[in-house]
Design a protein around this ligand. Structure first.
Ligand SMILES: C[S@@+](CC[C@H](N)C(=O)[O-])C[C@H]1O[C@@H](n2cnc3c(N)ncnc32)[C@H](O)[C@@H]1O
Length: 295
């Protein structure tokens, strides 16, 4: 059972970032075990389920409906399962994350899969400066991609959107899919759909102390994390403020992790998405997707 979070915490970003980083460093060995990396290693055509879903939404907006030859920057790439999958779909990939352990795991996975990638360790809110240092000040990307479990770790989406815009080539495409902020309001352990947490953010964090992670098995030493709710309107607004043009906005009824014990896999595949019981699937969105273009 999850502990009660402390809501409405006004924590300095540096303190929150330090706590979140220590927690993510601890999660890496657990996630290397739990994610489906064997399938990626053993089958050169395998793509992560996240990327399989994302490509359906993204490719219609790419020239030639393909990632072939596309220069792609993956923000908050974690242990690289999706980065490797995007490379297999044809992209030249750069993975960015603040966790050295995650990037080590990602680099090992990529090498095992014969995938070439650049890996950059930085706070995503400082991504442009880090790309300047590693790849040069003129380097921009055709696609900036971030997916499933990313923006909730960030306090300042205006700053984040500025990084996204500065990483994109003119004409470049930004792609985001994440857990829907409405889903994030629900009590995952309630016997029905029951709102427990804030939908609106207001810059105040939820402070969690949990030893477990969403993969189920194993515990972490650094249990304290800070997360920020971001309503859909905020996400779209910060991107528009940077001059990006909204190309697509979608909402999904399944998601790639078991948010609640009442959710079931939708297929028999080991990396299946999860959904609410059939009678509840139309009641609440599970994910949202934003695609935007830099003019
Ligand atoms: C849930 S993963 C998202 C990636 C992908 N969906 C996956 O599961 O492989 C979240 C990632 O965000 C990273 N992260 C969290 N806060 C960050 C920050 N401020 N700057 C850069 N990376 C951050 C963590 O290290 C972690 O790798």
């Amino acid at each position: 059972m999850a502990s009660e979070p402390v809501d409405g915490v006004d924590v300095p970003w540096e303190e929150a970032r330090r706590a979140n980083l220590a927690n993510w460093e601890d999660r890496v060995p657990l996630h290397v075990e739990a994610y489906h990396t064997a399938a990626l290693r053993n089958d050169p055509d395998h793509l992560s389920s996240v990327v399989r879903t994302d490509l359906e939404a993204l490719l219609p907006h790419m020239p030639g409906k393909s990632l072939r030859g596309v220069d792609l920057c993956h923000l908050q790439c974690h242990i690289g399962t999706d980065t490797v999958s995007l490379a297999r779909a044809g992209a030249r990939v750069t993975g960015i994350d603040f966790s050295p352990a995650a990037l080590d795991a990602a680099a090992t996975l990529a090498a095992d899969c014969g995938v070439t990638a650049d890996w950059i360790q930085t706070d995503v809110l400082d991504a442009r400066a880090a790309v300047d240092r590693h790849l040069g000040t003129t380097r921009q990307f055709d696609v900036v991609y971030t997916s499933i479990g990313t923006i909730g770790w960030l306090n300042d989406l205006d700053l984040w959107a500025g990084q996204v815009a500065s990483l994109l080539n003119p004409g470049g495409v930004f792609y985001l899919r994440d857990g829907h902020p409405m889903l994030g309001t629900l009590d995952e352990f309630a016997p029905n759909l029951s709102v427990r947490y804030r939908y609106f953010g207001g810059g105040r964090a939820l402070q969690w102390d949990e030893a477990g992670t969403y993969v189920g098995d194993g515990t972490v030493e650094h249990t304290r994390t800070y997360e920020w709710p971001h309503p859909v309107s905020e996400v779209v607004t910060v991107l528009l403020r940077q001059g990006l043009e909204l190309v697509a906005l979608d909402e999904g009824k399944t998601l790639p992790w078991q948010f609640s014990p009442r959710m079931s896999p939708v297929t028999a595949e080991p990396d299946s998405d999860f959904a609410w019981p059939a009678a509840e699937r139309d009641l609440v969105p599970c994910t949202f997707t934003v695609i935007a273009r830099r003019p």
